[in-house]
Design a protein around this ligand. Structure first.
Ligand code: GLU
Length: 479
């Protein structure tokens, strides 16, 4: 088995394309197959090297390693379509000499006018074959007039185009319904996507084409090329579209859509791969948190869902939180550090030991890596401003009594040795408060917030001196 991912480097890797890459990778892993990366950069105006680089980077970040590609050439290269024009030219020569393709001199204006006519009559445009029957003299004349021809493939009527798609099942097209003879090489010499994709799939010995459903309408044209050139045809699997929650194709309107955006928002590649792989597939055991390795051992093309997958941002965040919680501690600390630095924390001054304690305490509250920033505030800042809830509570009767009691205790009955074990109990004795009427004001007093990790653990990390300073400040401000 040989599969391929064939992105066009015209922008960042979109989540829908990442899904195609992920499924190809997982299916390749399952079957010990070769995974070819082919860069489809024939749109010379829109393709950029930066985009190609970012696609390589994103795929690598996602952990999707390919076995052949522009950077890992084997015997099916080159792996960029822009470097294969001479290969396509030979096939075009052949089609022309066999009379299966012909030069077309129609101008864009002529074609547009014909298209407009068809539309007015409520019909889909079908190229009427104007240039198919031109004599060599007529062609010469057109060229003498300065017209540069495009090349069209002759599509005979009455041919059944059938394929069994591994996901969609049997799919049928009639050759007369694909728009007539279509252009395979533009008048500027650039070959058209539908023409070269199937040539490359054949030359690269691709056995299974797994790609988005938006490519299904292209397939009959590609199969007509294969028929004309007698090329082998791969098996197809067209993945259903990825939709937003309004059931329209996932786009920027629904939220972030490029892998690059997910990375900077603080998603982990393992979570993204896990979630995306399971958008149209589920494990028999119902397990949801699964490594790529585990998924690849179970997935196969026939088990992929047929209906469109709705992208559930909440579910992805939930999954990401799971990965953050169980990730290797040292590695997750390294991943959090840039977010902390960006937020202005002097991470080196905090020191690795304290940072490890802080992150162990709060990583369970993070859905995204970026969530670390609000969560460390109460642990790393000397005096975090009380948030709205804490402020209200500190102004209340219980709040004031708690602050007053703590202020008296710190430095007298309570010291650095006993403060984590005894402070709350002593406040309880002094104020007579209990339950949440005791714990909430204590938390507000010591952390300026009502949310956060276990209070005793937090106090250990914050340390006696800072706690004492906080008690004094709150006391001075509220009592
Ligand atoms: N280059 C095409 C794209 O980026 C994919 C072509 C294919 O998979 O056949 O959508």
């Amino acid at each position: 088995m040989r599969v391929r991912f064939a992105p066009s480097p015209t922008g960042f890797l979109h989540i829908g394309n990442a899904r195609t890459a992920i499924i190809n990778y997982l299916v390749a892993q399952k079957n010990g197959a070769e995974f070819v990366l082919r860069i489809e950069d024939t749109d010379l105006e829109r393709s950029t090297k930066e985009s190609e680089k970012s696609i390589f980077f994103d795929l690598t970040w996602l952990g999707l390693s390919w076995t052949e590609g522009p950077d890992k050439p084997k015997d099916c290269g080159p792996y960029r379509q822009s470097e294969r024009f001479d290969i396509y030219a030979k096939y075009t020569e052949r089609l022309l000499s066999e009379g299966k393709a012909y030069p077309c001199y129609c101008t864009q204006e002529e074609l547009d006018a014909q298209r407009a006519e068809c539309e007015k009559a409520g019909n889909a445009f079908v190229y009427p074959g104007t240039c198919r029957g031109l004599t060599p003299e007529q062609r010469k004349q057109k060229e003498a007039d300065g017209r540069k021809p495009a090349i069209r493939l002759h599509v005979p009527d009455g041919i059944d185009i059938d394929l069994i798609d591994a996901i969609k099942g049997p799919v049928h097209f009639d050759s007369q319904n694909i728009g007539g003879d279509f252009i395979i090489v533009r008048s500027d010499g650039v070959p058209i996507f539908n023409y070269i994709v199937i040539i490359d799939d054949a030359l690269m010995k691709i056995t299974h084409v797994i790609r988005g459903e938006d490519h299904l309408p292209n397939t009959p044209k590609q199969l007509m090329v294969a028929r004309a050139l007698e090329l082998p045809v791969p098996k197809y699997a067209h993945l259903p579209l990825v939709l937003g929650d309004d059931r329209k194709k996932l786009s920027k309107r629904h939220g972030i859509t490029s892998v690059e955006n997910y990375r900077s928002a603080g998603y982990l590649p393992e979570a993204l791969v896990n979630y995306i792989a399971m958008m149209g597939w589920s494990s028999e055991s119902g397990e949801e948190i699964m490594s790529a390795e585990k998924i690849s051992s179970q997935i196969d093309l026939e088990s992929l869902g047929k209906s469109p997958a709705v992208f559930d941002f909440g579910k992805l965040r939930w999954m990401n939180a799971n990965y953050i919680r169980s990730y290797d501690l040292e590695k997750i600390i390294d991943l959090f550090i840039p977010y902390l630095k960006d937020a202005g924390y002097d991470v080196d001054a905090v020191g690795r030991e304290k940072l490890t304690k802080v992150i162990s305490l709060v990583r369970g509250n993070c859905e995204l890596l970026a969530d670390i920033v609000p969560n460390v505030k109460i642990l790393l800042e000397d005096f975090p401003e009380p948030d709205e809830e804490a402020d209200l509570l500190l102004k209340s009767e219980e709040g004031k009594r708690t602050a007053a009691a703590a202020f008296e205790l710190m430095g007298t009955e309570i010291n650095a040795e006993n403060f984590t074990s005894d402070l709350i109990n002593k406040i309880k004795e002094k104020t007579g408060l209990k339950g949440k009427n005791l714990f909430h004001p204590c938390r507000a007093l010591l952390t300026s917030s009502l949310k956060g990790p276990d209070l005793a653990e937090a106090m250990k990390v914050i340390g006696y001196d800072i706690c004492a300073q906080r008690v004094k400040k709150i006391h001075d401000r509220y009592c």
